[in-house]
Every structure is written in structure tokens, then in C-alpha cells.
Design a protein around this ligand. Structure first.
Ligand code: BGC
Length: 586
């Protein structure tokens, strides 16, 4: 139990338990029209147990569509079984697949064989010394950008279908749809004979991303034992960065295989796709999803198998209760736009906008193209992209290690300064030294690569993982599912915009595009300073209190001490003997 200075531990524990329980119970109260709870005792019990947990023990996805059970871990039995390990491999393949798609397009669009086949005009422009298009405009081509961006717009649309299929049919069929899209999309792209085949392949890959990004994190959090759930959230992001890095390496290796190296690069996405497909066949449906769809007995059997013990009653009951809570929320999307949910909604959407406006995907998608713009040769460009991919992975590992110690705000603020300096310096160097023709002097080119690494490392331990983590821990029970869909699709929308616009913006704005991103970094850092409360270690049930105590958000979620007191008194009468016991035991 987190302790506050100046308070004795048992006292603090009792107060804390009472407070958490009261806030959790207020959910039931809000859902009830006549002031009395419609929820069953099981739901009350579940919410009380959830409220009693440490934040890191609490199910990060409990509620809404993303229900999953969980009482206090001390009451659950079970071990980390083979299934859980298989689940982690699955997580890796879903994340790897997304990352691979992010990383591979930049390399492929800089390869001559690919350009000659599909984008002849870009190829000619790239190789003609006479065409006076200038450095910055070599790759400015709407169709070339559509090759990259089509994946994200398809993913955006697919996310909403995935939200339906994973609730109605289960997580496993949703992952199977994802892997089928990935496999067919990969084959179409690798074998593409014309533009239509290529873009259709990318659209299918995008559908795969939409379905996988919705179902895989959900599957993971439901299958993993409670103590592994929070960590898996960031590990998914780590898998994404490994996928990008893997794609960078493949680009570097296949670029020399002319003229069909690009086919190999696009085709190797088949490895994570096949892994996900195998997972979709071999792995079981989650107990939570089975229970949610009324298959109670089967759900219990699966839970016993996954936990490796027949004694799963406590966890099973919590899952049943959580699924009842989920079912009691009739209109999650209508619910989420209510005034009291405004802070979470606005923050989740703005975090996605800001994450993309750091300019990260200008680098992730187009690093090889960008380096050629700076005058690098083809393989030096791809080699530099590999270095950047490596920095991205290593810095994400730093985030995994420190995010719960340092806190979200400090990481975002520190990284904001680091990214600001790096982007500004890149803009200034290019502005001063990169003319329309001729490359950068050698020394400056190396400095730019180093600055990009500095920028990427800052992103990877802040906006990269936190852009996903913060929304996942701020939406309350009743809007969690809708919130997650909105978060994913907003992210894909802005990813699409960057993918579709960056090369044209580079052509028109030249070096100033980097100053444009610098300005965004200032805006988002100010936003963090003034509008983003720290959420490290705050239980989900207490999040309303965080908004109520915030200078700005309290307009939307006024803090009501009277209600709080009333709930505490009611609750104290309700659960005090039990609290006393727990408090004494601590
Ligand atoms: C972002 C992706 C980005 C990746 C880079 C993720 O958090 O959502 O758009 O490509 O980080 O590592």
C-alpha cells in the first residue's frame, strides 16, 4: 500500500481502503436510477476487491468490453503456465507485425527496383542530375505516400469492426481475422504486379493492424496472471519497436538484391503473420470472453487450464461479476461523451495527436528517404535507419524499467526538452547547410544522424509508450472499451495524416518542417505542464478525484466532498470490520 508521509501505516491503510471502496461503489450508485444499486452482491464484492488492490495489481483492462476478472492476488491460485508463455509470444507477434509494417515501407520506397516498377517518375527524379527538383522534393509523390498511408486509414476503419467482433465473437476469432488479413496482404504486396495489387495488399495489412491492435492487448491482459498485466502493456510497445528494428535490418540486407529485394522485404512480414496465425489456431479463447458470452462452464475450465490449478473459484467469481458490470453498461460510446468523462476523452485524443506531431513517424516511415535527401548513398541511408531502430528499442527498455518509479509527467517533461533541442538543431543545420542541390557536408550529416538518435531516444522513453499507457489507465470502468477504440483510431488517423503528408510538406516547407515539429513539441510540453495530472500509482477508482483536484479539469468533474463523505460513512458501516482486520494485518 502506498504510504503518505506523516500518516501511520495502519491508519493510512484503513483510510485508503475505505476511500477506494467508496469510490468504487460510487460507480454502482451512478449506474442506479433510484440511488440503490442495481448491481448484484457479486459486483459489489468484485469492485471492493478491485478497490483494495495496489494499482499495479489491478486489472488494467477491467470493465467495459475489456473485462477481466481479479480479486486480490493473495486469494488467487495458479502459476505461470506454458499457456501464459505462449501468450507472450503471441503478444510479440502481434506487436512485431505492426512494427514491421511501420519500419519496412521507408526502406522499400527508397529501393530502386521498387521505384522503377511502381513509381517511375520518382525513380527518374531521384537519378536525374538535370531535373532541377532539388533535394527536398525528390520523393514528393502522392501515390508513393499513399503506399505508406493506406495501411493506417484501413486500420482506423478496421478498429471499429474489431471492437464489435471481439465482443460478439471473442478475442480469438478477431485475432484469426487479423492474421488472415496479414497473410493475404503480405502475399499480395510481395507478389504485386501492379499498383492496385500493391495498395490492396497494404489495405489488407492495415485491416490486420486494426484487428490485431484491438484484440491482442486485450487477449494478453485477460490471459496473463494479474501481476504481469501492467507490464505487458509496455512490452507490447517494445515488441512494436523490435518489429521496426527487424524491418530496418531486412531493408538493409535486401536493398542489395536488385531488382526484387523489395519483394523479399515485404514478404518477410509473413514470419510474424504466420506466428499470429499459428497462435490463432493453437491458443484458447480467454475465460473472460467465454464468460461474457455466457459459456460459463467452458470459461471456468479454460481458467483452470491456464492457471494450472483446479482452485480458481475466487478469480472465476470476479470474472463473472466483472462481466456483469460490463453488460450493465449499455451505451459505452454515448457514455464517454458525457461531461464527467471529458478530461479522459480530451487527454486520450490529444495524446495521440501530440504523439504523432512529435514527428516520430516522419523518421520511422521515411528515415531512409530522408537520409537520401541529405545526400547519403542508398546503403548508408538504410544503415543509419538500422542505428535509429536500435536506439528506439534500447530506449523503450529504459521506459519499461523506470516508468513506474519516475512517473509519467517527469518523463514527458524531460523528453520534451530533449526532443525540442534535437529537432531545433536538425532544423537549423539543414536550414543553414542543405541547399536545394548538393548534399550535406560529411561532418554535418553525421551530426544530424546523432541528433535524430537523441530525438528518437527521448520519444521512446516518453511519448511512445506513455501515449498508450496513460489513456489505458485513466478511463473508468464504464468507458474503458469505448475509450480504447477511440484512442487506437485517433492514433491511426494522425499516423495516416503524417504518412500521407510528410514528403509533400518536406518538399514545400524544406528544413522548416523540422521547426514545425519543434513548435508542436513546445505545445505538447506546455500541455503536460498545465493539463496532464500525474497518474503514476493512482488507482483507477480514484481517478475522478484526480480530475476534481486539478485546477482546470475540476470544471468538468467537480470535487464533491459531501458526496465523498456520505459514501465513506455508508461504506464504513458496510465493510468496516473487514477493513479493520486487513489494516491490522498490514
Ligand atoms: C507509435 C507509432 C510509432 C512507434 C515508434 C508508437 O508508440 O504509436 O506510431 O511508429 O511508437 O516506436
Amino acid at each position: 500500500m502506498s504510504s503518505r508521509q506523516g500518516e501511520s501505516r495502519p491508519l493510512m491503510a484503513a483510510a485508503e481502503i475505505s476511500r477506494r471502496s467508496s469510490v468504487a461503489l460510487s460507480f454502482i450508485r451512478r449506474e442506479s436510477k433510484d440511488g440503490r444499486s442495481k448491481g448484484s452482491d457479486r459486483i459489489r464484492g468484485f469492485l471492493r476487491r478491485e478497490a483494495d488492490k495496489e494499482p499495479q495489481e489491478r486489472d488494467p483492462m477491467a470493465g467495459g468490453m475489456m473485462v477481466s476478472g481479479g480479486g486480490p492476488p493473495r486469494k488467487y491460485e495458479g502459476r505461470t503456465t506454458g499457456y501464459v508463455i505462449l501468450t507472450c509470444i503471441l503478444a510479440a507477434s502481434g506487436g512485431l507485425m505492426f512494427g514491421y509494417d511501420v519500419g519496412v515501407s521507408g526502406g522499400v520506397t527508397s529501393m530502386d527496383g521498387f521505384l522503377k516498377k511502381f513509381f517511375r517518375e520518382v525513380y527518374d527524379r531521384k537519378h536525374s542530375a538535370n531535373l532541377n527538383e532539388g533535394n527536398y522534393c525528390k520523393y514528393d509523390n502522392q501515390k508513393l505516400q499513399a503506399f505508406t498511408s493506406s495501411l493506417y486509414i484501413a486500420g482506423l476503419v478496421a478498429t471499429f469492426f474489431a471492437s464489435y467482433t471481439s465482443r460478439r465473437f471473442g478475442r480469438r476469432p478477431t485475432m484469426q481475422i487479423a492474421s488472415a488479413c496479414f497473410v493475404i496482404g503480405t502475399v499480395l504486396c510481395a507478389a504485386a504486379q501492379n499498383m492496385a495489387m500493391l495498395i490492396f495488399g497494404r489495405v489488407l495489412l492495415g485491416c490486420g493492424v486494426g484487428f490485431a491492435n484491438q484484440a491482442v492487448p486485450l487477449y494478453l491482459s485477460e490471459m496473463a496472471p494479474t501481476h504481469l498485466r501492467g507490464g505487458l502493456n509496455i512490452l507490447f510497445q517494445l515488441a512494436v519497436t523490435v518489429g521496426i528494428f527487424f524491418a530496418n535490418l531486412v531493408n538493409y540486407g535486401t536493398e542489395k538484391i536488385d531488382p526484387w529485394g523489395w519483394r523479399l522485404a515485404l514478404g518477410l512480414a509473413g514470419i510474424p503473420a504466420a506466428l499470429l496465425a499459428i497462435g490463432g489456431v493453437l491458443l484458447l479463447e480467454t475465460p473472460n470472453s467465454l464468460i461474457e458470452r455466457g459459456q460459463m462452464e467452458k470459461g471456468k475450465r479454460v481458467l483452470q487450464k491456464v492457471r494450472g490449478t483446479p482452485n480458481v473459484q475466487a478469480e472465476y467469481e470476479d470474472m463473472v461479476a466483472a462481466s456483469e458490470v460490463a453488460k450493465s453498461v449499455k451505451h459505452p460510446f454515448r457514455n464517454i461523451v458525457k461531461r464527467r468523462n471529458r478530461p479522459q476523452l480530451v487527454i486520450a485524443m490529444l495524446l495521440q495527436l501530440f504523439q504523432q506531431m512529435t514527428g516520430i513517424n516522419a523518421i520511422m516511415f521515411y528515415a531512409p528517404v530522408l537520409f537520401q535527401t541529405l545526400g547519403f548513398k542508398s546503403s548508408a541511408s538504410l544503415y543509419s535507419a538500422v542505428m535509429i531502430g536500435c536506439v528506439n528499442v534500447l530506449s523503450t527498455i529504459v521506459a519499461v524499467a523506470i516508468v513506474d518509479k519516475v512517473g509519467r509527467r517527469k518523463l514527458l517533461l524531460q523528453a520534451g526538452v530533449q526532443m525540442f533541442i534535437a529537432m531545433l538543431a536538425i532544423g537549423i543545420i539543414l536550414g543553414v547547410q542543405l541547399k536545394d542541390t548538393g548534399g550535406l557536408p560529411n561532418g554535418s550529416a553525421i551530426v544530424v544522424v546523432v541528433l535524430i538518435c537523441v530525438f528518437v531516444s527521448g520519444f521512446a522513453w516518453s511519448w511512445g509508450p506513455l501515449g498508450w499507457l496513460i489513456p489505458s489507465e485513466t478511463f473508468p470502468l464504464e468507458t474503458r472499451s469505448a475509450g480504447q477504440s477511440i484512442t487506437v483510431s485517433t492514433n491511426l488517423l494522425f499516423t495516416f495524416i503524417i504518412a500521407q503528408a510528410f514528403l509533400s510538406m518536406l518538399c514545400h516547407m524544406k528544413y522548416a518542417i523540422f521547426l514545425f515539429f519543434t513548435a508542436w513539441i513546445v505545445i505538447m510540453t506546455l500541455f503536460v505542464i498545465f493539463f496532464l495530472p500525474e497518474t503514476k500509482g493512482i488507482p483507477i477508482e480514484e481517478m475522478q478525484g484526480v480530475w476534481g483536484g486539478h485546477w482546470f479539469w475540476k470544471r468538468y468533474v467537480p470535487y464533491d466532498p459531501a458526496l465523498e463523505q456520505e459514501m465513506q460513512a455508508k461504506n464504513a458501516a458496510d465493510v468496516n470490520p473487514q477493513q479493520e482486520k486487513i489494516a491490522q494485518a498490514i
